[in-house]
Write a new protein. Structure first.
Length: 212
């Protein structure tokens, strides 16, 4: 017998082999894939996200928890597809043009995936054109996350939002911005819909955007 709680704890501790084993056992016990996802994997990531927000754990712990979640997801994915379990929504994320930093973006991606969101990662050094194309390729995406770590690249965020406006697509998508030099005030000035001070808050806000 394995329990959802044991799976959640294995994720929080970043024990990938154990998480995989428990996932396999739960599937063998005919537990529904959706429940394994929600009560095991996502519960574990949610708890690590809350602890990260409270400064009780740090980036390395989040990374190994995400690795354990991904290991379990490899086993669970085919079963979720069979069961017709869908992600709660889709988002695009990327680091803006001229900026090659990706730790923050990758953390947001992991936290968002850990919240049950499908994430299209546009990468680093992403131009307004590239964001626009990614949205045209994924018209069901409901939000876009823009990351910048340099004050010199922050201005690129406004260019992206303006570009969507020009193309008549601004109303179809919510923009969230984040990164060390950013503030809530700056997000409002450039017309973004939200600002997140850390990856766990970003995931929460994306969830709110998708549920709205």
């Amino acid at each position: 017998m394995a329990t959802f709680q044991e799976l959640s704890e294995a994720i929080q501790k970043g024990q990938a082999p154990k998480a995989k084993e428990i996932t396999q056992t739960l599937l063998g016990e005919k537990k529904p894939a959706g429940e394994i996802l929600n009560k095991g994997l996502l519960d574990g990531m949610d708890k690590i996200g809350q602890r990260f927000k409270a400064n009780e754990v740090y980036i390395p712990e989040v990374l190994i928890a995400a690795r354990a979640m991904n290991a379990s997801m490899d086993i669970l994915k085919p079963e979720l597809v069979k069961a017709g379990v869908k992600p709660i929504g889709k988002i695009l994320i990327g680091t803006v043009k001229g900026d090659l930093h990706d730790i923050g973006k990758n953390l947001v991606k992991m936290m968002a995936q850990g919240a049950g969101i499908e994430v299209i990662d546009c990468g680093i050094d992403v131009s307004p054109d590239k964001f626009l194309q990614a949205f045209k390729d994924n018209p069901d995406a409901k939000a876009v996350g823009l990351s910048a770590l340099l004050t010199t690249t922050m201005t690129g965020m406004k260019e992206i939002i303006d570009r969507f406006e020009k193309e008549g697509l601004r109303k179809k998508v919510k923009f969230m911005v984040g990164g060390a030099p950013l503030t809530d005030q700056y997000a409002k000035e450039i017309g973004a819909d939200g600002y997140a001070p850390d990856a766990a808050s970003a995931a929460d806000k994306f969830k709110a955007f998708l549920r709205a």
